[in-house]
Design a protein around this ligand. Structure first.
Ligand code: NAD
Ligand code: 2YH
Length: 264
């Protein structure tokens, strides 16, 4: 699994604000409004405890601070524990945290201690980036969507698109993964190099650059991509006037929080 780096998070605060604005322009929903629609939940004065975790690769500079920024940007109350790991967990609970956010190298979770709900970052990230495309107002009637990268983030996106009755075209550099997904879900296997087809809606979740080639783009395509680094070049963005939703942590975090809030 790719670990975030401090460099990935360096511009996170601006990226979250800018992407929140872009999502509103594309869907007519603010990001929190879209999360409320998707999950049918709402915040209810929960206190969010963020615990730095030293296991594995250790503390990632500005990871916890980026989570706190996201929590506060959307009007919620949160704090970072002074202690790490188990001592941090004890501190969070004794200081009244209702929801815990914490991550090691394998998993980033939200756990609501009031209602027991648990959310996983990869699932919630795939879901919300897919929902952004499903709710893109200019393309609400267009059913074709391309999914590039069929891993732990891409697979829940495939499920979300299928639930929304989209025609899902899938591509992964690992052909075995394409076969697995095609055996589990009613999707179209797609290879951009062999059978050119262009899309207004493209979802990308890979750890590679330049995964989005020119032949899949249309003028004004929307690329919704949690994948780090960005899979589309500056040149193609400009040439096709592509709108790109991409932010390294906050969008997925808000999706996780709405996944564990109580019903609205
Ligand atoms: P994963 O390893 O489970 O899946 C990645 C998939 O991409 C694999 O199936 C792999 O075969 C495929 N792939 C790799 N290179 C490819 C290429 N050139 N073309 C097509 N497919 C290719 O990883 P994941 O957990 O699903 O994460 C995917 C990306 O999303 C990573 O970059 C991760 O850091 C990022 N991520 C971002 C956020 C966020 O909030 N922005 C959250 C979670 C994960
Ligand atoms: O970056 C990661 C993993 N790839 C899981 C997240 C999925 N987007 N983990 C972050 C580790 C944070 C660290 N333990 C800290 O600073 O607390």
């Amino acid at each position: 699994m790719a670990l975030l780096t401090p460099e990935d998070l360096a511009n996170m605060t601006n990226a979250l604000v800018e992407n929140d604005r872009l999502i509103a322009e594309l869907t007519d929903y603010s990001l929190d409004g879209l999360c409320r629609k998707v999950y049918g939940t709402a915040p209810n004065k929960e206190k969010i405890g963020i615990i730095p975790v030293t296991a594995g690769g250790g503390i990632i500079g500005s990871f916890s601070e980026s989570l706190l920024f996201a929590v506060q940007h959307f009007g919620m109350d949160g704090f970072i524990t002074e202690n790490t790991d188990v001592a941090g967990y004890y501190e969070a609970v004794t200081k009244g945290a209702d929801i815990i956010l914490m991550a090691d190298d394998l998993a980033y979770i939200a756990h609501n201690l009031r209602n027991g709900k648990l959310a996983h970052n990869q699932i919630c990230t795939g879901r919300i980036y897919a929902e952004i495309l499903c709710n893109a107002k200019d393309y609400i009637d267009g059913k074709d969507v391309l999914v590039i990268g069929l891993g732990k983030v891409g697979t829940p996106a495939v499920e979300t698109f299928l639930n929304k009755k989209q025609n899902v075209y899938v591509f992964d550099v690992d052909s075995k993964r394409i076969d697995e997904i095609a055996s589990m879900y009613p999707v179209f296997k797609y290879n951009p190099e062999k059978e050119p087809k262009s899309f207004f809606k493209i979802f990308e979740a890979t750890p590679c650059a330049d995964t989005i080639c020119e032949s899949v783009l249309k003028e004004n395509s929307i690329v919704s991509t949690p994948g780090i680094p960005r899979g589309i070049s500056d040149e193609l963005i400009e040439k096709y006037n592509v709108r790109v939703v991409l932010e390294p942590l906050g969008i997925g975090t808000l999706s996780m929080l709405y996944a564990v809030f109580d019903s609205a």
